[in-house]
Unconditional design. Structure first.
Length: 373
């Protein structure tokens, strides 16, 4: 089996047999010609059902996560939504107490009305997870490391608990990426991504993905919500995403190395009350992250000793970091997270979340040093 760096470049890609082109081009056609016998000799009928660029991207995503198949979506939110919609009314979803607020909003505001029940639990506590499972639990949703507190949950142990309870286990692997963590290999059934983030990597496309360990009836329903409900990414976005994935391993590792240094700098700073970064030995999930990840990632968050006003002041003073939401791009971003998460936020309001980019780390540290005075 080729290694990840090789898969990121070659999986789903090849020389174009018609032209000999080495670099793939997006095929923008929405419809595909039938033969005189009525068959579809190239395997595509209509671009919502399938098109060459999405097929190539999905083969690449499946290979990166060591899955059997993948579905590409127009956003991470469309991807999580398809997984939830593949469940039945009356089913129960167990979700983490710290997770991307938009995913929680889907469960709370969109899916409850459709009869899907959900509960939340601290997924870093296995006893709490065991106790929170219900007879109707059909899906345990994990996000590890979590957004924005970087909590680390034990994928292998929770997948086992989920399976014993007759539930699937899905992992939002957006923060870690397949470079640093492979949930399917650890026993999860589904890996999900907002490909808007590291896989896209340049803050210029929206996308999502669900990758499955096996092509089963549940995944067929996820696929149906992609194709029949029309949650499909455009050919140009598929092409752009696959172009970015080629450099994913190198971007992620370099960004994670920057994040480690930045976290160490922040942890030693007198104005900082806490740093949430699994690469620090003081992080409660450090040992687990070292076991189930191949690096602690490039996201971190930190809290200021003097509270919300201080956090806002630091965010206001940075020069190199951009004050913006989202993450995973080559440019470093900083965000006062509680103020974008809406009325149900549980994020401390003295917390800043940082997406560490590919700039020189000394420049990033200097910028934070001058902002923290
Ligand atoms: C961990 C995580 N999952 C899912 C999403 C949703 O992805 P998208 O914005 O592509 O819909 C986000 C977005 O920030 C995220 O951070």
């Amino acid at each position: 089996m080729p290694r990840l760096e090789t898969l990121a470049i070659h999986a789903g890609r090849g020389i174009d047999p018609a032209s000999g082109a080495v670099a793939p081009s997006p095929v923008l056609s929405t419809t595909f010609a039938r033969g005189a016998d009525g068959a579809y000799p190239h395997g595509h009928i209509y671009a919502r059902a399938s098109h060459p660029g999405r097929d190539a991207l999905e083969r690449c995503l499946a290979a990166l996560e060591q899955g059997a198949a993948a579905c590409a979506f127009p956003s991470g939110s469309a991807a999580s939504m398809a997984v939830f919609q593949a469940l039945d009314p009356g089913d129960h979803v167990l979700a983490p107490d710290d997770m991307y607020h938009g995913t929680r909003t889907q469960l709370r505001e969109l899916l409850q009305r459709w009869g899907l029940q959900h509960g939340s639990v601290d997924t870093t506590d296995l006893d709490a997870v065991r106790a929170a499972l219900q007879p109707q639990t059909r899906l345990v949703w994990l996000e590890t490391p979590s957004n924005p507190l970087l909590k680390v949950s034990d994928i292998a142990a929770i997948a086992e608990l989920a399976h014993a309870a007759g539930a699937l286990c899905a992992v939002d692997n957006t923060f870690a990426t397949p470079v640093l963590q492979q949930p399917l290999d650890l026993g999860a059934d589904l890996a999900m991504h907002s490909t808007t983030k590291y896989l896209g990597g340049h803050s210029d496309l929206l996308g999502g993905a669900v990758i499955t360990r096996q092509e089963d009836a549940f995944f067929a329903r996820v696929r149906a919500f992609q194709v029949q409900a029309g949650a499909v990414p455009a050919p140009f976005d598929c092409w752009l995403l696959q172009r970015s994935i080629a450099t994913l391993p190198y971007r992620v590792r370099a960004q994670a190395a920057n994040a480690q240094r930045l976290a160490e700098f922040l942890a030693a700073h007198e104005c900082v009350a806490a740093v949430h970064y699994p690469g620090l030995p003081t992080h409660p999930g450090h040992a687990l992250a070292a076991r189930q990840m191949r690096g602690a990632g490039a996201m971190l968050s930190f809290r200021l000793r003097e509270g919300r006003e201080r956090a806002l002041a630091v965010a206001a003073r940075v020069q190199l970091f951009t004050r913006a939401t989202s993450l995973g791009g080559v440019e470093s971003l900083i965000e006062h997270r509680a103020s974008v998460e809406g009325p149900y936020t549980t994020t401390p309001d003295d917390l800043l979340r940082v997406s560490v980019g590919l700039e020189h780390c000394d420049d990033l540290i200097e910028d934070l040093r001058q902002a923290l005075v």
